[in-house]
Design a protein around this ligand. Structure first.
Ligand code: HQG
Length: 185
């Protein structure tokens, strides 16, 4: 069994490879779904001195133990489920619940309420069906603020939503008029 600290480090490296800079490591991802074979990922990982002994079993442990379910293994292929900056992964458009959540922080609240949610460095805006995932996202950079997204109004304004699985929804930029600060009762 890998230690928790090792799993976190390996997960961060896998994230880099599967979401952000695969080409820097010579990894080719499928342009549609961003996947590659477990063997291809392994052969890139083991070139890094720290991970020269890593196995497919270790990768499977990282995937299975991740609370956020960042990665998905399907047969002999693996992909990051969300979060990409590199490739614009194709997702099927879907109809989300009427309210979704976005977690952010106090430092950017006023600009978001003025100009709406932008995808910033990623390919899509990240939203969730529940507050837990949004809270994890928003707590990373400062004091957490949760926003609700009125997906019906957004849809009427031309925003498309895509289900990334495990309660995570991705979207085009969201106009400010569809956002409200969420204060739990
Ligand atoms: C903010 C992580 C200024 C937005 C997380 C966020 C998530 C604006 C930051 C996933 C803005 C972008 C995605 C605007 C949005 N002006 N700031 N108009 N619109 N922002 O990391 O959603 O652990 O690219 O609120 O937990 O925070 O990596 O997106 O603060 O699940 O698996 O700009 O990535 O998951 O930050 O996070 P990000 P995100 P992992």
């Amino acid at each position: 069994m890998l230690s928790n600290a090792t799993k976190v480090s390996l997960s961060k490296f896998m994230t880099k490879l599967l979401r952000h800079t695969p080409e820097q490591y010579g990894l080719i991802l499928d342009p549609e779904d961003g996947s590659c074979t477990l063997d291809d990922l392994l052969s890139v990982l083991v070139k890094a001195p720290r991970w020269s002994e890593v196995t497919v079993g270790d990768i499977q442990q990282v995937v299975a133990s991740c609370e956020k379910q960042r990665f998905e293994i399907n047969g002999d292929r693996i992909k990051a489920r969300y979060g990409h900056s590199h490739t614009k992964i194709t997702y099927d458009p879907g109809t989300p619940p009427s309210t979704l959540y976005h977690g952010t922080h106090t430092g950017v609240l006023s600009v978001i309420l003025e100009e709406g949610l932008q995808s910033m460095g990623r390919q899509y805006v990240h939203l969730s069906e529940g507050t837990h995932f949004a809270s994890l996202a928003g707590s990373r950079r400062g004091k957490l603020i949760l926003l609700t997204v009125d997906t019906i109004s957004a849809g009427q304004m031309g925003v498309t939503f895509y289900c990334a699985g495990n309660e995570v929804w991705l979207a085009d930029p969201i106009p400010a008029s569809c956002l409200k600060v969420y204060t739990p009762l």
